[in-house]
Design a protein around this ligand. Structure first.
Ligand SMILES: Nc1ncnc2c1ncn2[C@@H]1O[C@H](COP(=O)(O)OP(=O)(O)OP(=O)(O)O)[C@@H](O)[C@H]1O
Length: 212
């Protein structure tokens, strides 16, 4: 698997404020990257733009040399985006949530992989409870279990460690390292330290728009 995400001359505006300009970055197979910067600098806005969920003020995002908006279907097939919202349905159990996600992504994988994912995120034994009866951390783990089901090469993760305990952070980090070692790309934000020597950090402050 060899893949590349290119950001060219990207600028972002939220409300009447320009957050960053002239952002040029390239992410390649094997890259494990954290977007850093203080609250409100525009990390979530950047992730949403490169996931194709928001439009930039200027600039382009290319996936394997082609603009993402010109190949929506392919790009969304190759992308797993986990945002601030967990995206899980509170009335469904962990098991039902994951089966539902498998179904809507037209996955050909069977039940076995769902059991394995539940085991990795320590939800075995709790798979039959409605998500609404689980703790915030356990609900987040249902969302994170998608990382064990996904076959997409590009993972864009906004604060994946929120509400996750120290052990969970370790397990998840090892999984992200494994994904990148196998040729995937991980781009994430995190307010807590990511325990990985593989991780490369990009500071968004250096692209901050300075009003003249
Ligand atoms: N819907 C919106 N309309 C106008 N401005 C917005 C909107 N959403 C966010 N903003 C502004 O855009 C800026 C960047 O927000 P963003 O969520 O991208 O920052 P962030 O770096 O991810 O912050 P944090 O570290 O707090 O998660 C903030 O100043 C915020 O107030």
């Amino acid at each position: 698997m060899s893949a590349q995400l290119e950001i060219e001359q990207l600028a972002c505006q939220r409300g009447d404020k320009i957050l960053f300009t002239d952002l040029n970055l390239t992410f390649k197979s094997g890259d494990f990257v954290q977007i850093e910067g203080h609250n409100g600098i525009g990390k979530t806005s950047l992730l949403r733009i490169i996931a194709g969920l928001a439009s930039p003020l200027r600039g382009k995002v290319r996936w394997n040399s082609e603009e993402i908006f010109d190949q929506r279907e392919t790009f969304h097939y190759d992308l797993l985006y986990l945002g601030h919202q967990s995206g899980i349905k509170p009335e469904l159990t962990a098991w039902e949530n994951l089966k539902f996600l498998q179904r809507i992504s037209h996955s050909v994988q069977g039940d076995e992989i769902v059991w394995q994912a539940l085991e990795q995120v320590w939800l075995l034994g709790r798979e039959d409870l409605p998500a609404s009866q689980l703790s915030a951390g356990q609900q987040k783990r249902i969302a994170l279990a998608r990382l064990w089901l996904s076959q997409a090469p590009l993972w864009i993760l906004d604060e994946p460690f929120n509400a996750i305990d120290k052990n969970g952070v370790q397990v998840l980090t090892r999984h992200l390292e494994q994904h990148t070692a196998q040729g995937g790309i991980v781009i994430l934000t995190s307010h807590q330290e990511v325990p990985s020597e593989r991780l490369h950090k990009v500071r968004l402050d250096q692209f901050k728009f300075l009003e003249s």
